[in-house]
Design a protein around this ligand. Sequence first.
Ligand code: X90
Length: 276
Amino acid sequence: MNYKIVADSSSNLFTLSGMPFSFTSLKIITAEKEYVDNPDLDLKEMTGNLATTKAKTGTSCPNVHEWLEAFEGADHIFAVTITSNLSGSYASAVQAAEEYMNTHPGAKVHVIDSLSTGPEMILLIERLKEMIQENLSFESIKGKIYDYLKKTHLLFSLQSLTNLARNGRVSPTVAKVAGVLGIRVVGKASDEGTLEPLHKCRGEKKALDSILSEMIAHGFSGAKVHISHCFNLESANELKQLILRKFPGSDIQISKCGGLCSYYAEIGGLLIGFES
Ligand code: X90
């Protein structure tokens, strides 16, 4: 059996040790060019360019062909996508899975709608890897990953929701609040896989406190956490220390946002995936 995990680039994960892994790229589109979300993407240049452009910008999800290419080389595949409620990535992955199984007799592909993105997808990918390494059957992993998904959550803190609002992923009223200098919108991925604003916080310190309170309110008690940041390592580290002071045994990883998450979370944004 030839296992592989595949995820779209919204997970911000481009390599995975100890397990065959591929990613499919979302794209960030401006009037002048198309940025492909991969490790070579110059995020400084992209965010700089986005900050000055007046023209409309947007994103697009991986197509069926790109998913098919990413599946190649394996016959037992788990694919993890960004929430199907905000992107077409899940739909193209499902179509690709059907095609792949038709053209590769005996192959199994299962696509998981994370109903989330970024670091919560990383938690799912790491759990899939553990279960594959424990030699659990494909069917049993398929069942258990949804139990795990019930125990994982995503919170975010955003300084600007401009790109989310311009692309219809959040209401303009919510976006206006974050437009005020110094205000952070702290929110979560809802059960339906949409953005749910929870608090308006004045200043970074209050936003970080509010994230920790929300983590606790959602059942966090010192398990795994993954923080992805968009040019805000300082706050990611501060949040890590804040969590560790309260829950010294927590397993906390920090990573950078890739292209897609940087486009929507914008500079200063934090995404926090955690287990309850
Ligand atoms: O298909 C596409 O073009 C991609 C569209 C993605 C839209 C939303 C991306 C959100 C990225 C922002 C904060 C976390 C929100 C969590 C919601 C489930 C990150």
